[in-house]
Design a protein around this ligand. Structure first.
Ligand code: XMP
Ligand code: MG
Length: 175
């Protein structure tokens, strides 16, 4: 158990289970992208450890780039939009694989995908370590999902609570 800002987090997904699942996801990606050269787009900060472990197992040729997503309020009618920071590469005609830590409501990733699709990539796939189906508010195609989890707050292996807890090899859940 670890305590972060007076909240207790208990073991949820072990480091071994995570690594085993990433082996499987990498195997799938290696097969499905054989002969291609995808551009892997890592969504910082949360996906940094997942992405590092996943790309080490890719045997295909690929480029890897990093983006951040910042929320900003646009007009009242359109609500909160996401701004993509750090994407300097041209993605037109490229096979993109977006790497996320977690899809919760799905609002972030669907907004990011809409913006990327507007730049006409050849294809766009999403790889997320975690997915909370019960929280989903947008229809989404998730191509690679590590674990479907219940709608509880998780931390570790890149995911944080108030900026803390990213550095654990396991994933923990709020008690
Ligand atoms: P959605 O899919 O709701 O998720 O747009 C947006 C971002 O929220 C973060 N998130 C979490 N972070 N534990 C975390 O540490 C969680 O259980 C959790 N749920 C959502 C995450 O950064 C995601 O990209
Ligand atoms: Mg995140």
């Amino acid at each position: 158990m670890i305590t972060v800002n007076n909240k207790n987090f208990i073991p949820f997904i072990s480091a071994e289970a995570i690594q085993t699942r990433i082996d499987e996801l990498a195997g799938q990606i290696n097969q499905e992208y054989a002969g291609k050269q995808p551009l892997i787009v890592v969504v910082l900060n949360g996906a940094f450890i997942f992405a590092a472990d996943l790309v080490k197992r890719l045997t295909i040729s690929c480029e890897i780039t990093f983006i951040r997503v910042a929320s900003y309020s646009a007009t009242e009618s359109s609500g909160t939009l996401k701004q993509i920071l750090g994407l300097n590469d041209s993605i037109e005609g490229r096979d993109l694989i977006i790497i996320e830590d977690i899809v919760d409501t799905g609002l972030t990733i669907s907004d990011v995908c809409n913006q990327l699709n507007a730049q006409k990539p050849a294809s766009l796939a999403i790889a997320t370590l975690l997915f909370k189906p019960a929280a989903l508010k947008k229809q989404l195609d998730l191509n690679y999902v590590g674990f479907e989890i219940e709608n509880r707050f998780v931390l570790g292996y890149g995911l944080d609570y108030d900026g803390l807890g990213r550095n654990t090899p396991d994933i923990l859940v709020l008690e």
